[in-house]
Ligand binder design. Structure first.
Ligand SMILES: NC(=O)c1ccc[n+]([C@@H]2O[C@H](COP(=O)([O-])OP(=O)(O)OC[C@H]3O[C@@H](n4cnc5c(N)ncnc54)[C@H](O)[C@@H]3O)[C@@H](O)[C@H]2O)c1
Length: 439
């Protein structure tokens, strides 16, 4: 393919040289003439292991060259990758001036180009930026129409400086956000020789995934450091702890616990986070990330309370009472906390949970249910139909499989607030107004 790469910084130089090494014909573009001259001399404009050799070989083969001319680059290629910087302003917001400027320059060049051209945003940009800035700037300056005259895709970069070439070759995934399949296909074709899974999605989702990823990486670093600091105070080898911790790919390093939904609860997580925080306090250690966990969890419960309050309705049915399906354990169940808050505010509650109903009669939890929460226990019904009949708002609290059927039986005058994202149901099949807590 014929590709132009705008911005010869850390991302652009590695991408340009690596695509050229894969056999594409690449034109690098930068406003900085020194970077352009360096690349044309076969030298890397940045320090990155292996890049000098890659640029030397690909420029010598004639597959890579650089220019300061946008028109030259756009006219001689079919696809342009945008790799300009998107730095932070003092207040934390993104400075998108380089991005907007480069889009205007590409748009100007597209004005006189007859062939369809695809512009791919590789810079890191917040959700909405491609639709709000990139496409309007390209349309405004080219006088052409997105979708018919030119295409746009978003292709976030996951490389790490220092291992950038290896990361380019073997990325965690290649992610392409698009609105038109043909734009995605053109972008995907660039990566024919690159390892790893190819994932396509919408433009806004692709933009968001990059931020979720980098924030997650940052969180991992701070979490490990806080665990390390506590280990040191307790004279435990933090590396041994985290090495063993990382062996658990079922719960620790996995997709488990990574689904947006309701607060955590139960007899372990809240208690153990609290105990660890307390131990840190005893040794005068601040752990700001870990110390913020319970507050964040509490906010999610408050969020659910606010959603119920916003419906303006007073008769509430809770589907699920224990903190997760398949257990009768009500200790620190966030749904119990939600129920108590609603009851305190004068809502009429009806609660259904098969396991809790059984436990009320025979289980080990019988005493807890009858003594600790008699005010809630008396609100339990054994019939989902009765709960649906009596409620204006239904709140799904856990993932019990029977709730999908229950939602199909709702009425159009009812509202469903799903805290779990019930499986096996299409929202179109729910007669009630259906909304999720965070989707
Ligand atoms: N550095 C990384 O490891 C990394 C990894 C993933 C994603 N990203 C993202 O990729 C983007 C680029 O990051 P970077 O570190 O390569 O930036 P950088 O600052 O190293 O390079 C940006 C380059 O763009 C050039 N430029 C600016 N305006 C231009 C224009 N109008 N035309 C042509 N060139 C222009 C600059 O002169 C500079 O050489 C950012 O959005 C960043 O967040 C960076």
């Amino acid at each position: 393919m014929k590709v132009s790469v705008f911005g010869l910084g850390y991302v652009g130089s590695v991408s340009a040289a690596s695509f050229a090494a894969d056999g594409h014909t690449v034109v690098g573009v930068d406003v900085n003439p020194d970077k352009v001259a360096s690349l044309n001399d076969g030298r890397s404009p940045i320090v990155e292991k292996g890049l000098d050799e890659l640029i030397r070989d690909t420029t010598a083969d004639g597959r890579l060259r650089a220019t300061t001319s946008t028109t030259d680059a756009v006219n001689s290629t079919d696809l342009s990758l945008i790799c300009v910087g998107t730095p932070s302003r003092k207040n934390g917001s993104l400075d998108l001036s380089y991005l907007e400027r480069v889009c205007e320059q590409i748009g100007e060049a597209l004005k006189d180009k007859a062939a369809y051209h695809v512009v791919v945003v590789r810079s890191t940009v917040l959700p909405g930026t491609t639709h709000g800035i990139v496409i309007p700037a390209l349309e405004r300056t080219s006088g052409k129409t997105y979708g018919s005259d030119f295409g746009v895709a978003v292709n976030p970069e996951f490389l790490r400086e220092g291992t950038a070439i290896a990361d380019f070759r073997n990325p965690p995934m290649t992610l392409v956000g698009h609105n038109y399949a043909s734009d995605a296909e053109t972008t995907q074709a660039l990566y024919a020789k690159v390892e790893g899974e190819m994932v396509t999605t919408s433009i806004r989702t692709a933009e968001m995934i990059k931020y979720a990823s980098n924030t997650w990486h940052a969180l991992k670093v701070c979490f490990a450091n806080e665990v390390g600091n506590l280990c040191k105070r307790l004279e435990i080898d933090s590396h041994e702890v985290m090495d063993i911790f990382c062996l658990d790919e079922k719960l620790n390093l996995s997709s488990y616990y990574m689904k947006p939904g309701f607060a955590f609860g139960g007899s372990c997580l809240p208690k153990d986070v609290r105990a660890m925080q307390y131990r840190a306090k005893e040794v005068d250690l601040d752990m700001p990330v870990i110390q913020s966990i319970l507050g964040s969890n509490q906010l999610q419960i408050q969020h659910a309370i606010d959603m119920v309050a916003d419906t303006g309705k007073k008769r509430v049915g809770l589907l699920g009472f224990s903190f997760k399906a398949g257990t009768d354990d009500l200790r620190e169940s966030p749904i119990v906390i939600l129920a108590e808050a609603l009851l305190g505010k004068g809502y009429q509650l009806c609660i259904y949970d098969k396991n809790v109903s059984i436990a009320r009669l025979v289980g080990a939890n019988k005493d807890y249910i009858n003594k600790q929460i008699p005010h809630l226990s008396s609100l339990l019904t054994e019939s989902i139909d009765e709960l649906i009949e009596k409620s204006d708002v239904l709140v799904v609290g856990n993932g019990s499989p029977e709730f999908a059927d229950a939602l199909r039986k709702t009425r159009p005058d009812q509202m469903v607030i799903d805290l779990f994202r019930v499986k096996g149901i299409d929202p179109e099949q729910v007669p009630a107004h259906y909304t999720g807590i965070c989707w």
